[in-house]
Ligand binder design. Structure first.
Ligand SMILES: [Zn+2]
Length: 241
């Protein structure tokens, strides 16, 4: 419906990695959607090598934990919103239009595709958000899930400047650091703490108050507002990808 704005592929056909398992009658695929206005790409931006693109690239993951259902639904609505607003003849939202014209927006709505299909946290009993090569207790305990491998392949191909990965179970906008080592042995604040704090604060203000106690989303470092993990995607994406 929007061929000049949307490109859809999957990690299996693009990167040749195997399917994580069966999603009903067919093998699970990890869908990757790119939304951007290809017509506004300059020559340097539309370089044949994607990793040389001059256009800022951002990434959204719907879920690493298959039983946390809010992210995939949010991203499907987000994609619809971007595209429908852009294509509206009267009064397209200028900010949403600006995003589509000036950013390459990469979205994996169901990153842990098997977990999402099965409504289970893990992929074959391995937690994908402990499967990234950062702060591991054993250096070989990573990239065992197809979920992590698919994210890794996409991130090797692109230089994402910002990313959001959705979870469920609590309300928070959380940013680096979020690892045990960083919390206990090193600087509490990441090098981009000022920028990340400002972004978190702005996101929280924009989201407004929710039904729960009519409070805004708490925003803070993962270590402070959630908890540190070993092998998490967030700190890997920021510092180890
Ligand atoms: Zn989660």
């Amino acid at each position: 419906e929007y061929p000049h704005l949307v490109e859809v592929t999957d990690a299996q056909s693009r990167y040749g990695i195997k399917s994580p398992g069966e999603c009903g009658a067919n093998p699970c695929k990890q869908w990757i959607v790119r939304i951007t206005n290809e017509k506004t790409l300059s020559k340097s931006e539309s370089s044949t090598k994607d990793n040389e693109s001059q256009r800022p690239e951002v990434f959204f993951s719907g879920e690493l934990h298959g039983n946390e259902r809010v992210g995939p639904s949010t991203l499907v609505v987000f994609m619809k919103l971007l595209l429908e607003s852009y294509s509206r003849k009267e009064n397209p939202n200028p900010w949403l239009k600006y995003l589509v014209d000036t950013r390459s927006i990469y979205i994996m709505p169901m990153t842990n595709a098997l977990g999402y299909y099965q409504n289970r946290r893990e992929e074959h009993n391995i937690d994908p958000n402990r499967d990234f090569p950062i702060d591991l207790s054993q250096s070989n305990l990573c990239m065992r899930t197809i979920t992590a491998r698919a994210v890794n392949e996409l991130w090797r191909e692109h230089l994402f400047q910002l990313a959001i990965t959705f979870h469920g179970g609590m309300r928070a906008i959380a940013y680096e650091w979020g690892t045990v080592t960083e919390r206990t042995h090193r600087e509490k604040k990441s090098p981009d703490d000022v920028a990340q704090s400002a972004l978190g604060s702005a996101l929280s203000a924009f989201a407004g108050v929710g039904p729960e106690k009519h409070k805004r989303y708490p925003h803070n470092r993962i270590n402070d507002v959630v908890y540190p993990v070993k092998g998490g995607m967030e700190d890997w994406a920021y510092a180890g990808s």
